[in-house]
Write a protein that binds this ligand. Sequence first.
Ligand code: NAP
Length: 256
Amino acid sequence: MDKQRILILGGTAEARELAGRLAQRGDLEVTLSLAGRTLDPAPQPVPVRTGGFGGVQGLAGYLADNRIDLLIDATHPFARQISANAERAAERTATAMIRLQRAGWQPVAGDRWTPVASLPDAVAALGAEPRRVFLAIGRQEAHHFNAAPQHAYLVRSVDPLDPPLTVPAVDYVLARGPFAEADEVALLRDHRIDVVVSKNSGGAATYAKIAAARTLGLPVIMVERTGSGHVPTAQTIDEALAMIGHVASGGRKRGV
Ligand code: NAP
């Protein structure tokens, strides 16, 4: 019998872990897709293809050409374009699709969150008065904060910002998670940060900055998620594996 062919859209720790778990099964052919944004990506447990597909049409073509049976969108909760494209390409090619997306963080006692819908809204929420801002939102969207040059920024990213921000007061720190709370407290203290801007990414690897803000009594401007809700979604690897088992046994389209 043909092996079932799975394409995982990745770029997250969960995608890598799921690929590793699926690779242990002998009946699947798994490919992981990366956008190619990270200059030195972590090693992956299955064959990798890298770079954009060329929009919905390109992804639909890939699914058809490679006879993909199941598309798994395991991209970051804020990678909105590829998730939207995946949904449309799966629909267009009648390819089964599931999403693996970790749950968002929930505020707990002591948290001082201001929820906002987008990064431009986060910029506005900083207000007119100069503040010392910790930005750990990835390097792609940090440029939004050029619109508020009255603040001083500490920007953390895996790779350097290119181009850098145009604001007059900015420091950069390059680091890849996971981060420990004690280190985050020290970082926020050393830089005399008075507000943190974060995406509600969920997961343990980057939660320490949120816990550190709580410990220090600092406000957090939290960019919340928007999701389509149309695709069956697992929040954990085990849930995803259960769904994949279901699709594998009942949802094959090829050869039916
Ligand atoms: P995005 O805005 O949703 O996607 C922009 C374009 O990048 C897509 O239209 C697609 O190009 C390409 N692309 C994105 N993910 C891809 C993948 N896994 N494989 C092949 N092409 C992909 O994405 P983004 O926010 O820039 O994120 C890029 C990658 O970084 C994603 O893989 C995501 O999981 C990861 N990541 C993102 C964040 C975040 O905060 N956004 C955080 C951590 C990791 P085409 O239209 O040409 O196909």
